[in-house]
Design a protein around this ligand. Structure first.
Ligand SMILES: [Mg+2]
Ligand SMILES: [Zn+2]
Length: 226
């Protein structure tokens, strides 16, 4: 007989920008309204020279647009992976919890999700507040254990394990996913995150749409829960 500790309890943590959304909403808006040197700041993040709280704060210091303008772009320009909604239904069918962890902003995510009629998915991200065409940021999820992340996603993984989840699945594409994948049991990575995993010898499954992830989980779930 299985003891409660041995019972297989998986949970999915999923990045938002460039993962659920096809285009990264921050990259898109910074390209439009930030000082053009924002990409130089981003290079420092990729090389590990500065963390994402510092980089985002600097990048949005030179950002000039109102919330009305930002909202318009988010609604008109940002689409989600065409298979995400079906993937979410699949997770709900098999009773698998999915939590969104983002290095972006809560107001952006809730707007984009509501555009697609997606409700009931928990998400954690940074905060952005607009006053006319200036934006100020706040970081409610920093971690004393991590100097790189403005929102350290790893703490949510640890909390899940404390709450009895024993198999952490992580889905991502970029820099803000580097920290949490080190504490995940199964990593789905694409783009720069896939290159990072290869460089760092972190095992991962390559993906391009949520259909690939669904297929992989369907094929391997029975094995995982055996
Ligand atoms: Mg991303
Ligand atoms: Zn971190």
């Amino acid at each position: 007989m299985d003891t409660p500790e041995q019972k297989y309890r998986p949970i999915i943590f999923c990045d938002f920008d460039g993962t659920i959304s096809v285009k990264d909403s921050l990259v898109h808006l910074l390209d439009l309204y930030a000082d053009p040197n924002w990409r130089d700041i981003e290079v420092k993040v990729k090389s590990g020279e500065i963390g994402t709280q510092e980089s985002l704060t600097e990048e949005f210091n030179g950002f000039r647009a109102t919330w009305e303008t930002v909202k318009k772009h988010l609604l008109e320009d940002i689409e989600i992976d065409p298979h995400f909604t079906k993937f979410l239904s699949f997770c709900r069918e098999i009773d698998m919890e999915l939590i969104i962890l983002s290095g972006g902003f809560t107001s952006f995510i809730s707007l984009i999700l509501s555009k697609y009629g997606i409700t009931g998915v928990p998400f954690y991200a940074n905060e952005i507040h607009f006053k006319e065409d200036r934006a100020t940021l706040s970081f409610p999820h920093t971690s004393p254990d991590c100097r790189m992340c403005g929102h350290c996603k790893t703490q949510h993984l640890r909390k899940a394990r404390e709450n009895g989840y024993n198999f952490v699945i992580y889905i991502g594409d970029g820099t803000t996913d580097r920290c949490p994948i080190k504490e995940s049991d199964l990593v789905f990575a694409k783009d720069s995150l896939a290159r990072y995993c290869t460089r760092e010898n972190i095992p991962f499954v390559n993906w391009s749409t949520f259909q690939d992830i669904k297929n992989y989980l369907k094929e391997n779930l029975i094995q995982l829960s055996a």
